[in-house]
Each structure stands twice: as C-alpha cells, then as structure tokens.
Design a protein around this ligand. Structure first.
Ligand SMILES: NC(=O)c1ccc[n+]([C@@H]2O[C@H](COP(=O)([O-])OP(=O)(O)OC[C@H]3O[C@@H](n4cnc5c(N)ncnc54)[C@H](O)[C@@H]3O)[C@@H](O)[C@H]2O)c1
Length: 263
C-alpha cells in the first residue's frame, strides 16, 4: 500500500520513521511527505513536497493527515478526489458539520473511505458495537492538571494557580466543547463520531491538581451493558499536548488496511 503523509511534526515524524522501518516487506511504502517548508522534512529518505498536487501525483492509495485542522479543510477533498483513502488524525476538524458532510459526500462519490484512528482513546470497538445494539448515553471527561488549561477559556472561569480540588469548568455537548476548546477537540470528536454524534455526546472538562497527565474517562450506558474506563496517557516528548500513543494509533489503523487478518 502506497502511503503519503501530510505533516512531519510530533505525530508525523513517528509515523514516517515507523513506516520506513517497516518497509515494503510489511506491505506498506511511504511514498512522500507534505511539509509547509522543505526543511521540516530534512533527512527523510522519501520525497518531501510543499504542494499537495505534487504529493498526490505520487499516486498514494492512502493519505495520512497529521498536520492540523486547517490541513483537513484545505487538502481533505483533494486527497479523496485523487483516488486515495484519507486517514484524519486532526479529528476535531470534523466538528465542523459542513466539512464533515463535504468529506462524506466526496468519499461516497469517489468510492473512497475516510478513516479515523482511536488516537488517545480506548474502547471504541466496544462502543461502536454497542451503538449498533442501542446506546443510551455517552459521557467523556477530560482531566488535566490546572496549568494544562492555560491559554483556553478556562482561564476566565477559574484561578488555575489556586485550584486545589478537581474543578469541572465545562459541561456541554461535544460540539460546544469543540467550539470553545478547539485544541482539545480531537478526542471528544472521535468519541462522538463513533457513538451518539456531536450533539448528544456529553463532555466534562476538569482541572484536576491530582491528574498526572492527560487523563481521558468514558462512561457509557447501552442495551448490551455499560462501560467505564480511564486512560492515563504519557505526553509526546516533542509536543506535550499530544499523547505518545497517538502516532502508534494511526500506525495501527494503517497496518490494519494491509493486514491479512485485521481486528
Ligand atoms: N486524534 C487524536 O487523538 C489526536 C491527538 C493528538 C493530536 N492530534 C492532532 O494531530 C495534529 C498533529 O499533532 P502534532 O502533535 O504532530 O502537531 P505538531 O505541531 O507537532 O506537528 C504538526 C506539523 O504539521 C505541519 N503542518 C501544519 N499545516 C500543514 C500543512 N498544511 N501542510 C503540511 N504540513 C503542515 C506543521 O508545520 C508541523 O510540523 C494536530 O491537529 C493535533 O490536534 C490528534
């Protein structure tokens, strides 16, 4: 499978290095990387492009976006139109209903797929099965140390330096959470798109002095049972806002596309 990558930052670098290490023997070939500036891809053993047209001219069967919400907006449809499936890591971009609809329409028209990795989350397999059986409620809680909420609207709601107990400063829908806290939208959007949608999935954002890192909690009730889980992610050394597991989650999704036995 010919794979192209958009973005060579904290996530893109790990994906590129792992794909190059796996190589054609694993059934996967990294054909090129799109960067904003050629220097961002310095040292890569594959072509580094700065124009999407040049990347798509390499004939990828799958394009992996790991660049940001704007890249999904500007390049998403072009990738599908060029005959590639599209793996979107910046899932929060899809909380824009018009963008989601445009990508769905284009994928349908071209016979392609848009793929979303589980990212920093777990349990999406169970939740998607439960959705088919009947899902009653889904709540996502994001628990981070108070200082991790700096430069967000939380600053106006809480004195972050003085928080001593867990403080819930946002309760609302996943769509509203994505609108007010766009940099934290990826996980809530992924969960919502897999379950009850952005307007029915509940979100709570918590400044918690006891939280050791980015903690994600899911509570869901369904006709087949209930799930309650907590994931404690370690941060990427290159970008503390990104969980270390995220690029490996994208890699898992890529490898599942070319595996003889796929879970
Ligand atoms: N799904 C999830 O659970 C999850 C988790 C963490 C991060 N993310 C998202 O993944 C994306 C990447 O995260 P990161 O930690 O690697 O960020 P990063 O800032 O370390 O890297 C992003 C890179 O993409 C490049 N870039 C930006 N726009 C580009 C474009 N149009 N074309 C080519 N390159 C472009 C930047 O220059 C940068 O090098 C972000 O949007 C982030 O929100 C998703």
């Amino acid at each position: 499978m010919r794979v192209a990558l958009i973005g060579h930052g904290a996530i893109g670098r790990v994906i590129a290095a792992e794909l190059l290490a796996l190589g054609p023997a694993a059934g996967v070939e990294l054909v090129g990387v799109l960067c904003r500036h050629a220097e961002e891809g310095a040292g890569l053993a594959v072509p580094v492009l700065t124009e999407i047209e040049a990347l798509l001219a390499l004939g990828p069967q799958l394009v992996v976006e790991a660049a940001g919400h704007e890249a999904v907006r500007s390049h998403g449809e072009a990738c599908l139109e060029a005959g590639a499936d599209l793996l979107i890591v910046s899932v929060g971009a899809l909380s824009d209903a018009a963008l989601l609809e445009a990508l769905q329409r284009k994928a349908g028209a071209e016979g392609r797929q848009v793929l979303l990795p589980s990212g920093a989350l777990a349990g999406l397999d169970w939740l998607q099965a439960a959705r088919l059986a009947g899902l009653d409620s889904v709540c996502y809680r994001s628990r981070k140390p108070p200082q991790a909420w700096r430069d967000t609207p939380a600053e106006a709601l809480l004195d972050l330096a003085a928080v001593r107990e867990p403080a819930v400063f946002f309760r609302g829908t996943a769509r509203e959470a994505a609108r007010q806290y766009p940099k934290n939208a990826n996980v809530a959007a992924t969960l919502a798109l897999c379950t009850l949608g952005l307007d029915q999935t509940r979100v709570e954002l918590i400044a918690d002095p006891q939280a050791s890192g980015n903690v994600h909690e899911i509570e869901a009730q369904s006709r087949v049972g209930r799930i309650s889980l907590q994931v404690q992610n370690l941060p990427s050394p290159d970008n503390p806002k990104t969980s270390l597991v995220t690029p490996y989650s994208a890699l898992r999704t890529i490898m599942a596309r070319c595996a003889a036995v796929s879970v």
